[in-house]
Write a protein that binds this ligand. Structure first.
Ligand code: HEC
Length: 450
């Protein structure tokens, strides 16, 4: 039974009565300060680590996804604990290239310092499981379509067989559409049929029938055209490379899919040393609101460079000037294997500077189209400058040439590019035509065009 010795004594004193119990023994109790308590509470998989794995690792680390091993269970995480500590501390995983504070993007895959600290501590203290009751329910992944059931599914007409050896293949597959008017695409989700041979996918649009003719002339399914689809596209809906996650354009906007256009999937296949089969498909989500605003793509491009053999930090620049006020909704930086760093900076007419994206540790394997959380407004006359840096020395482990040779613009992986797509809200034409002017330039046509 509890006795309120102190209260009784005080009441007695205040009431002028005798104090019945004037002294009592206590066991004493430790005063625990918050930090101390936290330091003592063990970091467990069940309580602290599983939620991080679910949110930041399992999207790729589960069967059938891009990562080479699964991290669905405690056992998995325990097995990989040392490597996990290493890659999260180095911020190598989850893969997310844009430097913090230079553009706010949707779906950022970035652990907080606190989360990283927790993982390190967990590994240091023996990676305990903790109480199974603390485990969060398993995360449900939509293995089919991350954005829900698409409005249209565009699938390769037949399975394609990729031979075991030889040069990389750039195969193009034509998928007709049958809309009776132009429609607007707010998002696409590309699902490679077989992630082993598929290096990248780009979705082009053709309104000229050229792709169909090329297809008819090639005896195998689809047709071969190295790097370039072999016609001037009427647009581009997006692309896929390992790590891509589908993003959505702002409400009331979309990429135009012209009436009667053919969808042309460009698939860059690797050879894996054994025969592979692929049948890639694309889920297409339409903007349903009336009169959506089209989103076009401005190309910031510099095809006129030569990166000397041995150069460790060769700079290439490209420029683009906004011909009117534009809202930038997304950005796609692109280089190949010599690329090390790319910074895209907007110089506004009032003199302020805004970094649109900065990648200071370029990795050809982890490319993405980064969609802004809120569109970035660039007033007319804003000058956008691309600063790209290439390492063509022997020290670059990704250098495809041993020994290094001078490298110029080209479509092969072993050539280079200096290219940024700015996805901007607004209609085609009107002032957006430019040209590949020497050393810079950049241009814009309806949707995404060469
Ligand atoms: C977007 C997909 C993706 C996400 C998200 C992701 N990984 Fe990975 N991970 C990969 C791929 C792919 C590889 C294979 C190596 C490579 O291609 O870089 C990999 C490799 C690894 C490796 C082995 C690294 C090595 O050097 O061998 C570890 C460990 C790892 N991931 C841990 C994690 C952890 C922990 C998380 C979450 C905090 C995570 N990954 C999130 C895709 C992902």
């Amino acid at each position: 039974m509890r006795e309120h010795y102190l209260k009784n004594a005080l009441d007695a004193v205040l009431g002028g009565k005798t104090v019945k119990v004037a002294a009592a023994e206590t066991f004493g109790c430790t005063i625990r300060f918050r930090e101390e308590a936290a330091a003592e509470a063990p970091i467990t998989y069940a309580k602290h680590i599983a939620p991080i794995m679910q949110e930041y690792c399992q999207p790729c680390h589960r069967p059938g996804e891009v990562a080479p091993f699964s991290l669905l269970s405690y056992r998995d995480a325990f097995t990989w604990r040392k490597e996990i500590a290493k890659v999260v501390e180095a911020r190598q995983m989850p893969p997310w290239k844009p430097v913090k504070g230079h553009g706010e993007f949707q779906g950022e895959r970035r652990l907080t310092d606190e989360q990283i600290g927790m993982i390190l501590k967990w590994v240091e203290t023996g990676a305990p499981m903790g109480a199974p009751n603390d485990l969060p329910p398993p995360k449900q992944f939509n293995n089919d379509w991350a954005l829900g059931e698409p409005d249209i599914i565009a699938e390769m007409p037949v399975e394609y067989e990729v031979g075991p050896t030889g040069d990389d293949e750039y195969r193009h597959f034509v998928i007709p559409t049958n809309f009776d008017q132009d429609v607007f695409v707010r998002a696409i989700d590309i699902q490679p049929g077989n992630r082993n041979p598929v290096h990248h996918v780009i979705v082009f649009l053709d309104t000229t029938g050229a792709a169909r003719r090329l297809d008819a002339a090639d005896p195998k399914p689809g047709y071969e055209a190295f790097g370039w689809p072999g016609f001037v596209p009427a647009g581009m809906l997006g692309g896929w490379a390992p790590g891509f996650s589908p993003s959505v354009l702002p409400d009331g906007t979309g990429y135009r899919l012209p009436k009667g256009a053919d969808i042309v999937l460009q698939i860059h296949y690797y050879r894996t040393g054994k025969p592979e089969k692929d049948r890639t498909r694309v889920g297409i989500y339409l903007e349903k609101k009336p009169n959506p605003q089209p989103v076009g793509i401005a190309w910031l491009i510099n095809p006129l460079f030569r990166i000397p053999a041995g150069a460790e930090r060769h700079e290439v620049r490209a420029y683009w000037v906004a011909p009117r006020d534009v809202d930038v909704v997304a950005i796609t930086p692109h280089m190949h294997l010599l690329g090390r760093e790319m910074k895209v900076e907007a110089e506004l007419p009032d003199g302020t500077k805004k970094t649109l994206v900065w990648i200071n540790d370029w990795d050809f394997k982890w490319q993405d189209t980064y969609h802004y959380k809120t569109p970035v407004k660039l007033p007319r006359g804003t000058r956008v400058v691309v600063y790209a840096y290439y390492d063509n020395s022997e020290k670059n482990p990704n250098n495809p040439h041993k020994p290094p040779i001078d490298v110029t613009w080209g479509e092969r992986t072993s050539d280079e590019m200096c290219l940024v797509f700015l996805h901007v809200v607004g209609e085609e034409g009107t002032g957006f035509r430019g040209g590949r002017r020497g050393g810079g330039g950049g241009f814009f046509r309806r949707s995404a065009n060469p």
